[in-house]
Design a protein around this ligand. Structure first.
Ligand code: DAH
Length: 342
């Protein structure tokens, strides 16, 4: 009998449990009212006197070992649950993290920066809240110049002093002025940024959009340099090298031109994009007006330069055939996610 109890002791010591249920079954088996221990205690009276001592000690040992085991297993299981509660199942395989996507405006902007940086243009920026001098006057648009009406302006302050207005810049050409004021030629810079116009919002136009301005000033810069640079750009940007320059007017350039790229008329989309002409207008440009150079303390007798400006939103709309400019600022992930692979 004593040997049998000893076997139980060994069994109890070796026992492991994976759940609270298993611990409870184990407890009932040994320590329950109808458990083995009680059976052994009942047996006690039948044990011959000379064995009573050893018998008693052995059952007591079984009782101690079984109680300790139950306590120990219970504690271990609760601790495990606690850890799982905080960290989840630590053995689960990791979940892949979804890649975010760049905004289509950023994608186009970065591509333009990349193309011009390859031919030595750096990137410059200026403030969106501008003064009259940098947005208009220095660019050969003095007070009451009719060409100011070409761009409907959001004024922040309109003080009495002439030329002291504070406004939201209507174009990134203001950065040209700031850059020339602070840097000596040779200058080769592009200036991307957000601009504002007081216009009714529709599918085709918004009260804010994005432009990239380009400026090149050095000795002996000619219109041929401008044309060559633009052709390089359209080839790299769109894979199209055929361009044409139509005479135009901007107060800050003379002569001025509008740049069209020949897109072709191969697909239905080409027809839509170019309104059946095959040509796509992509930017304005020209030779920097000598007055503008003078306003920025650069001697027009020594230096000449060219400048250009293009709308990033417009290019992004065209390239991706996006039907509504408002989609750029609505933050709808279903729209934005589509640019993931670009
Ligand atoms: N600032 C003009 C606009 O917003 C774009 C532009 C045209 C910029 C000709 C230039 C330029 O630098 O030479 O419509």
């Amino acid at each position: 009998m004593i040997d049998k109890i000893k076997e139980h002791i060994a069994e109890v010591e070796a026992f492991i449990a994976k759940s609270h249920d298993e611990v409870e079954t184990f407890r009932i088996k040994y320590l329950g009212k109808k458990g083995l221990l009680n059976d052994f205690f009942t047996e006690f009276k039948n044990v011959p006197n000379e064995q009573k001592k050893e018998f008693g000690q052995t059952i007591n040992k079984l009782k101690t070992v079984a109680s300790e085991k139950v306590n120990q297993l219970k504690a271990a299981l609760s601790n495990e649950e606690e850890v799982k509660g905080i960290y989840g199942d630590l053995t689960r395989p990791g979940e892949p993290i979804e890649l975010g996507s760049r905004h289509p405006i950023s994608i186009v902007k970065n591509k333009i920066i990349d193309i011009f940086s390859r031919i030595g243009f750096n990137v410059s920026e200026g403030p969106e809240i501008e003064d009259d001098w940098h947005n208009f006057t220095a660019l050969n648009l003095p007070e009451y110049h009719p060409a100011r009406d070409m761009q409907d302006t959001f004024f922040i302050e309109k003080p009495r002093t002439v030329g002291a207005d504070v406004l939201l810049r209507t174009h990134t050409s203001s950065v040209q002025v700031r850059y020339m004021e602070n840097n000596e030629p040779p200058i080769r810079t592009i200036s991307p940024g957000r601009v504002y116009r007081n216009e009714a919002i529709s599918a085709r136009s918004h009260c804010f959009f994005h432009q990239v301005e380009g400026l090149y000033v050095d000795k002996g810069v000619s219109f041929a340099d401008l044309k060559q640079t633009l052709q390089y750009f359209t080839t790299e940007m769109f894979g199209k090298s055929k361009i044409r320059l139509r005479p135009s007017y901007f107060p800050f350039t003379e002569p001025s031109a509008e740049v069209d790229v020949y897109w072709g008329l191969e697909t239905e989309t080409d027809y839509k994009m170019t309104k059946g002409t095959g040509w796509l207008e992509i930017m304005g440009c020209g030779m920097v007006d000598p007055n503008v150079l003078k306003n920025c303390n650069i001697d027009p007798e020594v230096y000449s330069g060219f400048a250009f400006g293009m709308g990033i939103d417009r290019i992004a709309l065209l390239l991706h055939q996006i039907p509504d400019i408002r989609m750029f600022s609505e933050n709808d992930v279903r729209f934005l996610e589509q640019f993931k692979s670009l």
